[in-house]
Design a protein around this ligand. Structure first.
Ligand code: ZN
Length: 487
């Protein structure tokens, strides 16, 4: 079995692009762009024997943005997202060698968002009418994709359900086996619990965002300390507390108090963070504890964490710029960074945030019929302010996805994830200036003040999960919620 070995080598550990420079060929730029720190996560497939067999179809039908599920011995062991596709037999031969038929894994997938876990495959496969064992590449039919993700989330949720509170307090490095979203929020929301911790909380939150960015781009939760120094250092000096020079060691020392963080020296775990400098010299590593990393790889918990850090400690920072820099560009907007939601139907308004447009990943097609249905149900009346914008011959409104489609939010295209808004409120909703609270009250993200009640229509069901996700991005799920203060 070469699978597990290959998985460890080219997905879990990743390959150093610098060592494969001679075989990268025309994919060199692409790979360096996808993996800015030089470590690439790759997986591949040998060419199909026949034009029309299932494998040939699977190879042909792969798309950037697709999810890849790793299967082994009746279990699913990891999932990942396709960041790029390349055909490169030379690289494949160097990374994985040849099989017994002298074929290579030349159809290569560049992967991000790698999450490892272990769940039995049988329930999922049965529900999908697929027969185990799985061989090589297997496509899940699009229609069944949601079902499969749902099942998987359930299985994973069950696995991570034993919640233990993180142990807070200096010098206590009790391992946190698992964390719940509430624990994470508590830990992230109390970085400044200590008095006089203002500047410290600022640099800690920057450090955490940088570390979340690493997880999102598929990197190991633990990074060598010299990487932290060279990459986090510039971010701290640019976005850190004004007038205070902060070295990356500084947030490290305090972050371990949060219960989310660990530092290990090369030889052994070293909870005594006073010796960070020594750890760096000895090749030590630091990063999120396993339980925290596992949680932060879940979309909702991650959106909440990012929203909470930004709202709590980084009010006066250029957040879109910062998030872009740490690899979380899409999180500054409800619609992601890939061009926004042109649901207007009346000529696109590109450029609304065009300045920050990024190279990406597929942009999912939205179903115009769903958009029209929602607009018609509401008679083009904004669900926030009630405005019905008149045009010469008719009326104009826009449909906003609540949990954005596409990277990084990956919300679904269905009416329960849509709102009918006027252009002004659409912009505010997409730029996270307002959110909807648990009682369907629309509030300003800035201070939680009330704007009004979301107007709903009995035939337009809105799924609260998407609202919760958007609220998380806005920092609206903060503990001791801002709502009470505002009322
Ligand atoms: Zn409006």
């Amino acid at each position: 079995m070469r699978g597990p070995k290959h998985f460890h080598h080219s997905v879990r550990t990743g390959i150093r692009l610098s060592e494969y420079e001679h075989v990268l060929g025309e994919n060199a730029d692409q790979l360096k762009r996808l993996f800015p720190d030089g470590v690439a996560r790759l997986w591949g497939a040998t060419p199909a024997q026949k034009e029309r067999n299932a494998k040939a179809v699977a190879i042909r039908e792969r798309r950037v943005g697709d999810e890849v599920l790793f299967y082994g011995e009746m279990k699913f062991i990891a999932r990942a997202r396709i960041l790029g596709l390349l055909h490169n037999p030379g690289l494949a031969a160097e990374v994985w060698g040849f099989d017994e038929n002298h074929r290579t894994w030349e159809h290569i997938m560049a992967l991000g968002d790698v999450i490892e876990f272990e769940v039995p495959a049988a329930p999922v496969l049965t529900a999908l009418d697929m027969k185990p064992p799985l061989w090589s590449l297997t496509l899940v039919p699009a229609a069944k994709r949601k079902l499969h993700l749902h099942l998987l989330d359930e299985l994973l949720g069950g696995q991570a359900s034993t919640v233990r509170r993180p142990v807070l307090g200096k010098g206590i490095a009790a391992p946190v086996e698992s964390l719940g979203r509430g624990d994470l929020q508590r830990a992230l929301g109390t970085l400044d619990a200590d008095t006089s911790a203002g500047p410290r909380a600022r640099s800690e939150s920057l450090t955490l965002l940088w570390a979340i960015g690493r997880l999102v781009t598929g990197h190991d939760r633990m990074a060598p300390l010299d990487v932290w120094q060279s990459q986090l250092g510039p971010i701290l000096s640019e976005f850190g507390p004004p007038g205070v020079a902060v070295s990356p060691e500084y947030p490290f020392r305090h972050l371990s108090d949060s219960g989310l963080w660990e530092v290990e020296s090369a030889e052994h775990r070293d909870p005594d963070l006073v010796s960070v400098a020594a750890s760096i010299e000895s090749g030590g590593r630091a990063g999120f504890r396993r339980a925290a990393a596992r949680l932060l790889r879940q979309p909702l918990a991650r959106a909440e964490a990012i929203g909470l850090l930004c709202a709590s400690y980084l009010d006066d920072v250029d957040q879109p710029e910062l998030l872009e820099r740490v690899g979380l560009g899409g999180y500054a907007y409800a619609g992601g960074s890939d061009g926004g939601q042109d649901d207007s139907g009346g000529g696109g308004r590109s450029g609304r945030r065009g300045q920050r447009r990024q190279v990406t990943v597929s942009r999912p097609d939205r179903d115009k019929r769903l958009v029209e249905r929602v607009k018609l149900l509401h008679g083009h009346r904004c669900q926030v302010c009630g405005l019905r914008l008149e045009t010469r011959f008719s009326h104009y409104s826009e449909a906003a996805h609540i949990q954005g489609l596409g990277h990084p939010h990956n919300g679904p295209d269905k009416t329960s994830n849509l709102l009918c808004l006027c252009p002004n409120h659409h912009v505010q909703f997409d730029t996270l200036a307002l959110f909807i609270d648990e009682d369907w009250i629309v509030r300003r993200s800035q201070d939680g003040s009330r704007i009004g009640v979301l107007r709903r229509h009995p035939e337009h069901h809105i799924d609260e999960r998407y609202v919760e996700y958007h609220r998380g991005l806005c920092g609206g799920n903060r503990l001791g919620s801002t709502h009470d203060r505002a009322l």
